[in-house]
Design a binder for this molecule. Structure first.
Ligand code: DC
Length: 221
């Protein structure tokens, strides 16, 4: 039986960095499910598909094959055989991913892929509905959060210096909108599973957060 750890939480809570580091330390595979939603949004944006029109988005699903491949332990997202890992990290794709993730057909489309990976590997999987929908029987569920300001500050620093980097105010506004959209959508909204452990990293450094999560995982192993 594989070991499954679920980490959910809002945008910018540090899920991916913390989960990646913890997985490397424990020899688990880190699965970033947001990348799958991002790949669908990226495909729509680059092919003139209106992400605000669910029937248009639904229409393209049968023609795309998103895949997660693990190269030297690092997740790469492939879309129809092409590595799109870097191209899905723009603010436009972030907002688009949040939009397409509210479409039931998109969630159903990506569900099996996530389940398959969880059955075959020891994983730390992060997302919004991992503890509630994808892995309801996970060995450990963590709900990772931080204040919107702390999350915006971290995201702003990540994007700083990149071409077209947004202002701090823009990053904060995007985070607040995404939180609202992700947690109020009808299907699989972002919420803490009843049996998830809450971990607030507002006052913690990255190092402290990683250590805390690794400690929590080691306790159940
Ligand atoms: O984790 P992220 O920022 O890369 O996710 C991008 C968007 O994808 C996020 O705003 C909501 C959606 N998402 C989701 O609905 N369910 C998941 N398991 C992961 C991401």
């Amino acid at each position: 039986m594989s070991i499954n750890i679920a980490i959910d939480g809002p945008a910018g809570a540090g899920k991916s960095t913390i989960a990646r580091r913890a997985a490397a330390e424990l020899g688990f595979i880190y699965v970033d499910t947001g990348a799958l939603y991002r790949s669908v949004a990226y495909h729509c944006i680059s092919n003139g598909v209106d992400i605000n029109a669910p029937e248009q988005v639904e229409g393209i699903l049968s023609g795309i094959t998103p895949e997660l491949r693990f190269i030297d332990g690092v997740q790469h997202v492939f879309l129809n055989g092409e590595d799109v890992s870097d191209r899905i990290r723009t603010p436009e794709v972030s907002m688009g991913a949040s939009k397409v993730s509210a479409i039931p057909a998109v969630r159903a489309f990506l569900f099996d892929l996530q389940k398959k990976i969880s059955r075959e590997n020891n994983i730390i999987m992060d997302g919004r509905d991992i503890g509630t929908v994808v892995l309801p029987n996970a060995d450990l569920k963590i709900f990772l959060t931080a204040s919107p300001e702390a999350r915006a500050d971290r995201r702003y620093r990540e994007l700083m210096g990149k071409p077209d980097a947004p202002s701090y105010e823009q990053v904060l506004a995007d985070i607040i909108k995404r939180d609202r959209d992700d947690s109020t959508r009808e299907i699989a909204p972002l919420k803490q599973a009843e049996d998830a452990v809450l971990c607030d990293t507002t006052e913690l450094s990255l190092e402290e957060s990683v250590e805390k999560i690794i400690r929590m995982i080691k306790e159940i192993l």
